[in-house]
Design a protein around this ligand. Structure first.
Ligand code: SAH
Length: 240
């Protein structure tokens, strides 16, 4: 895990031997399960360290202003093989974490890895964000809502902001040219009770493509009728 260790240092994170060992096990389980179920197209040892693990940890510097005495409640929407959620939990062991994933077989992997790594206070919520967002345990309950590589930003905002407590924050990890996506999201951000705080470029040598954190503050509750029915946010995103 040398690549991960070196990259994390550039983010100001000193990973401990215990944390690096957990990432090593996570890697081994990921490539092992990936032979049976489709979890990722990235399997090379160095690529996984940089493009999955390190990339997931880039959100940590953006979470710091939220850090307070209380336990941080975090939810990862469309976590897939557990990214960024599990990577974050390995490093910030004190957070309370919910992983939302619609594909049942992926959630079997998540269960296995969470047990194998001995991670505590991690819940796996199986289903679609459009439905889970109506559960009283989940709606407007999270200080930090995360999502990586799940949908275009206007759809994502509809899916994620209902989970976020007023005063909390949504961080979307995005790649490539996002200016247009941002412009198209202004209306839905307002509707859902959000306020765009910052689009933060990630400044790392590796991964070497353009990556950003889109950081949205939750300033008002989301209207009760959102998100719309499963599939609708992605099919008919609210675009400005
Ligand atoms: N966040 C992971 C996975 C990205 S792939 C990563 O960055 O590697 C997108 C994942 O989101 C898939 O596993 C898909 O099943 C899940 N997903 C897409 N739409 C969803 C929805 N509406 N509710 C829950 N999960 C969803």
């Amino acid at each position: 895990m040398e690549k991960l260790k070196a990259g994390a240092l550039k983010l100001g994170l000193h990973l401990t031997p215990g944390q690096l060992e957990k990432f090593e096990i996570y890697y081994q389980e990921l490539v092992d399960w990936n032979q049976r179920i489709n979890l990722t197209s990235i399997t090379d040892y160095e690529d996984v360290q940089v493009k999955h693990f390190l990339d997931s940890l880039t959100i940590i510097p953006a979470t710091e202003p939220l850090d307070n005495e209380q336990k941080l409640n975090v939810i990862d929407i469309g976590t897939g093989a557990g990214l960024p959620g599990i990577a974050l939990k390995i490093v910030l062991s004190d957070i309370s974490l919910v992983l939302v994933e619609a594909t049942v077989k992926k959630t079997k992997f998540l269960r296995h890895v969470v047990d194998r790594l001995g991670l505590e206070d991690v819940e796996i919520a199986v289903g679609r964000a459009e439905e889970i967002a109506y559960g009283s345990k989940y709606r407007e309950k999270f200080d930090l809502v995360l999502s990586r590589a799940v949908a275009v930003l206007p759809a994502l905002v509809e899916l994620t902001l209902p989970f976020c407590v007023v005063g909390g924050r949504f961080i979307a990890q995005k790649k490539g040219d996002i200016e247009r996506e941002i412009e198209q999201s202004r209306k839905v951000i307002t509707i859902m009770g959000g306020s765009l705080r910052e689009v933060k470029p990630i400044e790392l040598e590796e991964p070497d493509d353009k990556r950003y954190l889109v950081i949205i503050d939750k300033i008002k509750p989301s209207p009760a009728e959102y998100p719309r029915r499963p599939g609708i946010p992605a099919k008919k995103p609210i675009i400005s």
